[in-house]
Design a protein around this ligand. Structure first.
Ligand SMILES: NC(=O)c1ccc[n+]([C@@H]2O[C@H](COP(=O)([O-])OP(=O)(O)OC[C@H]3O[C@@H](n4cnc5c(N)ncnc54)[C@H](O)[C@@H]3O)[C@@H](O)[C@H]2O)c1
Length: 321
């Protein structure tokens, strides 16, 4: 029976654990820098808890999920690759292009799978929309608007630049990934407006230093000359996400939220679709894909380190300007 290691036991870890359990894997080992957190989650799911170094060097475990804050990923990934392990790492895999390029070389040498946690690409609504865009080149799309909003979490790192927090790392990375997946590579950033709307945020923790932006509006251009607007914030009370294309002959509205429909109005062939997709835990299909890649049932082409390098390049420019 396959054994899995989970590193980091905060908000994301239960989603990964449920994803492995639903794929029939029950031998799951968790670890956290705070042992109590690992212990609590182990008790909740009836799984086992381990020291991090012991977990990474275990001979019996070959695949891992990394669910720690972004600025801790590099050190953990380095150890995983040096131990010949496969991993699914939450986004953004790394905040450094140099590290990503080094990881690409290392994983090529030891033939391990390194995958990023870009969950939108496993949403049935987005998969349908992308298929339509790629099949019907005559749609000649020239613009798209992407919106994502979230209340943020209570973890102090989410609001600190140094710790890899802020709206760019937390939400915009997903939108950049989605844009490149649906519309092709981004060639230019045309406009950026960033702000901190909640400098005195009330969380469970006192005295957190807020220096990472919680709002951003960006205008981009793809290599295929599609104008893209992205608006993202960490200040809304509820999670909201959608993509809207409003062209002369083609309108679409698409969201990762199952309570919002995929709405397509293709005036060219008089085709109107309003479709709701049943709720699915997207981590089940993301983890199935990861495990199938590890087992060499399919080649690894989704959320690769190369894709993360291209996301990181855009993100660096957004942070600099
Ligand atoms: N895919 C998505 O939709 C999505 C959503 C939210 C967060 N994320 C990403 O998931 C990752 C984790 O986010 P979260 O919200 O679960 O954070 P969190 O703060 O809730 O949990 C992080 C956990 O990691 C532990 N930790 C910190 N440093 C560690 C280390 N060096 N070794 C082991 N454990 C360590 C912390 O103690 C904490 O328990 C981040 O990269 C974040 O960007 C992805």
């Amino acid at each position: 029976m396959k054994k899995i290691g989970i590193i980091g036991c905060g908000r994301q870890a239960p989603k990964h654990i449920k994803g492995y359990l639903e794929n029939g894997i029950t031998d799951i080992f968790v670890s956290d820098i705070l042992n109590d957190k690992a212990q609590d989650i182990a008790t909740e799911f009836g799984i086992k808890c381990m020291d991090i170094d012991e977990l990474i060097s275990s001979r019996e475990i070959v695949s891992y999920s990394v669910c720690t804050p972004p600025n801790t990923h590099d050190e953990i990934i380095e150890k995983l690759i040096l131990n010949n392990k496969n991993f699914l790492c939450e986004k953004p895999i790394s905040l450094s292009i140099d590290s990503l390029n080094r990881f690409i070389k290392m994983t090529k040498r030891n033939h391990t799978i390194a995958m990023g946690g870009y969950i939108y690409k496993f949403s049935p609504a987005y998969k349908n929309l992308r298929k339509l865009i790629h099949q019907k080149k005559e749609l000649s799309i020239n613009n798209a608007y992407l919106r994502v909003a979230s209340p943020g979490s209570d973890s102090p790192w989410q609001y600190s630049k140094l710790d890899g927090g802020g709206v760019i790392n937390e939400l915009v990375v997903h939108m950049i990934d989605l844009v490149q997946w649906c519309f092709g590579p981004i060639k230019e950033i045309k406009f950026i407006k960033k702000d901190i709307y909640l400098p005195n945020r009330k969380t469970k923790f006192d005295n957190i230093k807020i220096d990472a932006e919680d709002y951003i509006f960006i205008k981009l251009m793809t290599e295929g000359n599609i104008n893209i607007d992205i608006e993202a914030d960490l200040i809304s009370k509820e999670f909201v996400q959608f993509l809207e294309i409003n062209n002369k002959s083609f309108y679409t509205f698409c969201s990762i939220q199952p309570n919002l429909p995929l709405w397509i109005n293709n005036k060219m062939d008089n085709n109107k679709v309003i479709k709701y997709f049943d709720f699915q835990n997207l981590y089940i299909s993301q983890i199935k894909y990861f495990l199938d890649c590890v087992d060499r049932k399919i080649p690894h082409s989704i959320s690769t380190l190369e894709e993360s390098t291209s996301i990181c390049n855009i993100i660096d420019q957004l942070k600099e300007n």
